[in-house]
Design a binder for this molecule. Structure first.
Ligand code: M6R
Length: 608
């Protein structure tokens, strides 16, 4: 996720801004930039890659001088991670520079309008429209120009803007993105998170949606959305820098689990237009989509399990057969494909070598490839015929959490979109299903609210040496991911089984005290799961049941129960997996494991 920082004071701004950008590095980024207002107007330097590249470039150009500056670490969403696409963005007349976090959803319309008015765009970003609007509306009153600009924007933003005609002022505003003002003595700051501020000041003011602030070295003025002056209270930050990087959480994994409602919103909401799922990124005509008679989903690890989960929904809604293949197997299996096959590739990093190779193999055979990826501009994104970004924000913990749930959500959107386009569901059905998808972020929040109950369960069960996850239908897919999460971070031996398969061999391993996590959320097969629970209980297993909140019958058989939010059966996976992510986290913590960097694992597997 991008990071922003700004400073106005009496010292040189560039070193303060660059140091602040380094504090924001933990958020993940692929380019960075700085703009400073000095005696000779605005100076700006931008560089792709690490902040060291930017520092080097600043040094090479003899520095950017001035006491008011803004900076940005960009994590690409619209346009590749290049120098040009990096922020800040400057107006053509060189008067304004801005940094922006968030997504401007109506940027395409605004861009067209501005081009018609004679503006020339340099970057591919959604952000650049903001600076052109600012320049267009500026008639000597900075605040007024900003107010007129934001009135045109749809989407989410935290904006920091400077103007060469007001060399001591920074204007900031926000909608749905954090903007924190740091209150200093003879100097003031803003940033997207407190991490970049705590080394300068622990006195902060949180801007609310629509509010505007003008920062100068000596004072900070606040205004409401109508431009009227308002008073704001100072809060005191208790965190040190390290705690601030993790948002106060002990581990990135926990932070990323907690971020899921927001991540899921980012993945889902921009793709809902007029109450329908719209995947405009899909470069397939309705005719081509109607011609698809086989979908192959390929990926590795958790992304593969996201595919296993998505298969159920895609098949039920589209009635197109879906095969989910491990990328490392698919590439050597000489798959039977033709022009009626569609390949969906899932990858958080977009750099997993096996996935890339499997994708190349099928692409060479003329198959249309759709990549569902998180990292913009990654190899898989570049290779694909169609790219759908998950917009989960950077994932730092090796164990994926929000990466997985956003992949599943995009598969849901694909299922509804493809089903409607191919005439398998009506427009009304599509609207109803889309409304269900829209409620996933709040369902996930309710699952997160189970945190303390799950922490207690982890305390009880953490010293089991070996455990089993069982489930049927889509719950089996959830079991696969729940089990992987558990083993990769807690190092407990864990296996996932389709509950109906237990009797065909594995039940021999069930003995006194063995922990079985039985996922019984899929209502249609609830009674069958109850029978499976009875079978393992009869052999001495301890059972932790996971069921939807209205399936209280499970209490009669299970030793402990996690009741998850009830959702539409086609879209249940995100709320089912979140409690299992939390369980794995607390079990690993109780076992003293290195949660964010488990042994032998890498975040991105770029070797075969
Ligand atoms: O970046 P990708 O989604 O392509 O990564 C695939 C797997 O390596 C990844 O999901 C892995 O299984 C995770 N460590 C699971 O948490």
């Amino acid at each position: 996720m991008c990071g922003i920082i700004g400073f106005t004071g009496t010292a040189e701004a560039a070193p303060v801004v660059l140091e602040g950008l380094k504090k924001l590095e933990y958020r993940g980024y692929d380019s960075a930039g700085v703009a400073v207002v000095g005696k000779n107007g605005l100076g700006m330097v931008k560089a792709s890659g690490k902040i060291e590249n930017l520092c080097k470039k600043v040094e090479e150009c003899g520095g950017v001088s001035g006491t008011t500056g803004i900076g940005h670490t960009r994590w690409a969403t619209h346009g590749a991670p290049t120098d040009t696409n990096a922020h800040p963005h400057m107006s053509e007349d060189g008067r304004f520079a801005i940094v922006h976090n968030g997504i401007i959803e109506n940027f395409a319309e605004l861009r067209e309008e501005l081009i018609a008015k004679g503006c020339h765009f340099k970057s591919e970003t959604d952000t650049e429209v903001i600076v052109h609007l600012l320049s267009l509306y500026y008639k000597g009153d900075f605040k007024r120009a900003l107010m007129k600009t934001v009135a045109r924007l749809e989407g989410s933003y935290a904006i920091g803007a400077v103007c060469s005609e007001c060399p001591e002022s920074i204007f900031v505003t926000k909608i749905f993105n954090p903007m924190i003002i740091g209150v200093g003595a003879g100097e003031n700051f803003f940033a997207s998170d407190v991490t970049a501020l705590v080394s300068h000041t622990k006195n902060v003011i949180y801007l609310e949606d629509g509010e505007i602030a003008e920062l100068t070295p000596e004072e900070i003025k606040f205004f409401n959305a109508a431009g009227k002056p308002i008073e704001k209270k100072i809060s005191r930050v208790a965190w040190d820098t390290e705690a601030a990087e993790k948002g106060g959480y002990e581990h990135f994994m926990l932070k990323e689990i907690m971020e899921q409602p927001h991540a899921l919103k980012s993945a889902i909401e921009p793709r809902i237009k007029n109450k329908k799922s719209v995947l405009s990124e899909l470069n397939l005509s309705e005719e081509q989509l109607k011609g698809i008679n086989h979908i192959i989903i390929t990926a590795c690890g958790s992304a593969y399990y996201a595919g296993c989960a998505g298969k159920y929904t895609i098949e039920k809604l589209t009635r197109i057969p879906v095969t989910v293949e491990l990328a490392s197997e698919l590439r050597y299996s000489s798959p039977i494909v033709d022009e009626h096959t569609l390949l969906i590739v899932l990858s958080q990093s977009g750099e997993t070598l096996d996935t890339i190779c499997a994708m190349r193999e099928l692409k060479d055979r003329g198959v249309h490839t759709v990549a569902i990826v998180n990292v913009v501009g990654s190899t898989i994104a570049k290779l694909a015929d169609s790219v759908i970004y998950t917009y989960a924000g950077p994932e730092i913990a090796v164990a994926t959490t929000k990466g997985y749930t956003t992949q599943v959500a995009v598969l849901y959107l694909f299922a509804v979109y493809a089903a409607e386009k191919t005439g398998r569901i009506t427009s009304e059905e599509a609207e109803k299903l889309t409304a269900e998808i829209l409620s996933i972020p709040s369902d996930i929040q309710r699952a997160i609210d189970l945190n303390s109950h799950i922490a207690e369960l982890a305390e009880k069960y953490h010293d089991n040496s070996s455990l089993f996850f069982i489930g049927r239908n889509v719950d089996y897919a959830v079991a696969l991911e729940g089990s992987l999460k558990m083993k990769e971070i807690s190092y407990l031996h864990s296996e996932a089984y389709a509950a109906g398969e237990l009797k065909h061999g594995t039940i021999a391993l069930i003995s006194e005290g063995r922990l079985v996590i039985a996922i019984a959320c899929y209502e249609e097969l609830f009674d069958k799961m109850m029978s499976n629970i009875k079978e393992v209980k009869a052999r001495g297993a301890e059972v932790l049941g996971v069921a939807a909140e209205d399936m209280k019958k499970i209490f009669s058989e299970a030793d402990d129960v996690i009741l998850v939010p009830k959702t539409h059966p086609l879209f249940s996976v995100p709320s089912e997996i979140v409690p299992l992510q939390i369980l794995a986290y607390y079990v690993a913590k109780a076992n003293g494991c290195d949660i964010d960097k488990p042994r032998n694992l890498a975040k991105s597997v770029t070797v075969e």
